[in-house]
Design a protein around this ligand. Structure first.
Ligand SMILES: [Fe+2]
Ligand SMILES: [Fe+2]
Length: 293
């Protein structure tokens, strides 16, 4: 984990980060008050009709995995609870802030939006399956895990695009080339942005350690289980679970012991068991309506 000082240095080197969306700050502040009434939270979110519509779209998509249709914001608050709705609102708003014409190529043509949606879904399904009670942080940490790429794409387009394409050409992980060329990677930027917006430490840490790294100790994170599901989800989203005769041992998502070691292991001790579960999630996503908006 990089220290606050190190993150500040990174921010200084890439220029000002985007500012926090007003609604995120307001929703975070309101929902942190103990015993805040549902009606007050609902009134605040409802002021933004677009946001309300997106919230319902996300929570009703099979990517989110609810078995019940959620038709109104009030019902969402009752069924999911204030914290989970808060988390979805924060996730959508952060994504909206970074989703603009300058990042459209990365999100659409390069498939970052689809990837982020898949990671969100794998992460949420794993959290629910293992009864981790992550209250939607699993989903939004998955959705936001690669926002550092969007920030870099916006802040240093020429330099970053060169690194991005070089990583593809050389077939090396992007974060490795970022570290080599910049001294930090998109996970650091995501964490810096989350920290500068005062998002919860659990979320900041999950963004920070979503790649297997030597120097980031998952056990030291605010919520190691959240970090673990996001890391596994990120690997799973890139793997093809529909391959005939697939060998689970060759799937990084099934063999990432550091992450699996943070999770309840019952029934998931072997790569085959992990593979079967992740394949079930992948099957649920095939042909499912995504929550693109
Ligand atoms: Fe990443
Ligand atoms: Fe990713």
């Amino acid at each position: 984990m990089k220290s606050k000082k190190e993150l500040d240095k990174i921010i200084a080197s890439i220029g000002d980060l985007p500012s926090i969306p007003k609604v995120v700050a307001q929703v975070m502040e309101l929902t942190e008050k103990p015993g805040v009434p549902v009606s007050e939270v609902s009134a605040l979110i409802e002021q933004d009709m677009g946001l309300t519509a997106k919230l319902l779209k996300v929570s009703n998509s099979s990517y989110y995995g609810m078995r019940q249709v959620i038709g109104t914001l009030k019902l969402a608050l009752v069924i999911l609870g204030i914290k989970e709705v808060r988390n979805i609102v924060v996730g959508i708003s952060v994504m909206d802030t970074l989703k603009d014409p300058s990042t459209s190529f990365l999100l659409n043509e390069e498939g970052l939006w689809d990837h982020s949606a898949s990671v969100a879904s794998f992460s949420k399904k794993l959290g629910v399956q293992l009864e981790l009670d992550l209250q939607g942080e699993d989903f939004i940490a998955g959705l936001l895990h690669d926002i550092g790429k969007l920030v870099l794409w916006k802040q240093m387009p020429d330099e970053y695009e060169e690194i991005y394409h070089a990583a593809k050409e050389q077939e090396v992980p992007l974060f490795q080339l970022e570290q080599q060329e910049l001294g930090f990677d998109h996970a650091d930027i995501a964490a810096a942005l989350a920290a500068s917006w005062s998002l919860p430490d659990s979320l900041t840490d999950a963004l920070s350690c979503h790649h297997p790294h030597d120097d980031r100790t998952m056990a030291d994170c605010a919520n190691p289980q959240l970090c673990a599901v996001v890391r596994i989800a990120n690997l799973a989203a890139r793997e093809d679970f529909q391959l005939d005769g697939a060998d689970p041992e060759s799937y990084a998502s099934c063999t990432e012991e550091v992450a699996w070691g943070q999770l309840p292991s019952a029934g998931l001790e072997t790569s085959q068991q992990r593979f079967d579960l992740l394949k079930q999630f992948a099957d649920e996503m095939v042909g499912a309506q995504q929550f693109a908006y």
